[in-house]
Design a protein around this ligand. Sequence first.
Ligand SMILES: C[S@@+](CC[C@H](N)C(=O)[O-])C[C@H]1O[C@@H](n2cnc3c(N)ncnc32)[C@H](O)[C@@H]1O
Length: 325
Amino acid sequence: MPARPRRRPDALGPETLHAGDNLAFMKQLPDGCCDLIYLDPPFFTNQPRRAPAGRHAARINNMKRIGADTRESGYDDRWPDGLRGYLTFMQPRLEQCSRLLPEHGTLYLHGDWRAAHHLRIMLDDVFGEKNFLNEIIWHYRTGGIATRWFGRKHDTILAYARRLGRHRFHALRGGTYRTDGLNHDETGRPYKNTRRGRLYFHRDGPILTDVWDIPFLSTVSRERVAWPTQKPLALLERIIQASSNPGDRVADFFCGSGTTLVAARRLGRTCIGCDLAARAIAITGQRLRAIGAATLPPPPTEMKAAPARPPGRPPRRPPSNPRSG
Ligand SMILES: C[S@@+](CC[C@H](N)C(=O)[O-])C[C@H]1O[C@@H](n2cnc3c(N)ncnc32)[C@H](O)[C@@H]1O
């Protein structure tokens, strides 16, 4: 079959949505058209994933608020060919991501203990080990108690630059300092008394590291819609703020309920979303249309970008690449 002609970059609007297989869709897109890609694929749970919309009043109310229908919804995460089949599925999609990113672009790939270690090796191969940025640990507290091992309460998000040194990155500040004896001056700025006088700390909090404590969406969260494995907006807002600029194009080719696209639009980026399930795309469209409604939670304020490096100083390579210890 002859290859389909690729879309022109200017044919992509501020919001491009596609229902269907993401590999075929990605192949239609022009090289370097996405500044940032976040992927949240099935995690190789080997289970059907269902969100019974009717069970929780909050979820059903949110669905009604954005005008979505409230039937049960979900997707299949079963792999009859096992891990080999899963990795064979992922490989060409990661290769396409590499093609779609320009030199300043970044990929974030979300997984967990089941397959993240295999995906990291695959990304080393596709993006190059030297372009590894982070293995982010998203730590959350959910129900369920493990008694035969420690409770598995984190996901792994792998970040790779298309080309290290050319990639966009804004260090972010937030949270609180974990230090004893912190005082606040009359303007609210934190400091510590030392023998040499006051040692001041940044008022926006410490620079964020690669361990993130962001609450999981509870079943009664105001953000919840009827899509299983929906991620919190706060998680995507952090990724988008760190690795893109206003006006950039953010893509999510496993977009589910559209969390990435909603976060991107709230932060002044354009977006591309794709999902195999037509219903996921319908929910995404409804969430996007609902942006601006007074009932949406306000955009984040707690994250502050650290000041940019003074002009003229070349960017340094990350001092301690976790790979080299
Ligand atoms: C973990 S969920 C994404 C959840 C999303 N991040 C959210 O916040 O709602 C994975 C998604 O991948 C979609 N998917 C699975 N195979 C796909 C394929 N070949 N092409 C496009 N989407 C696919 C599923 O329908 C599902 O919505």
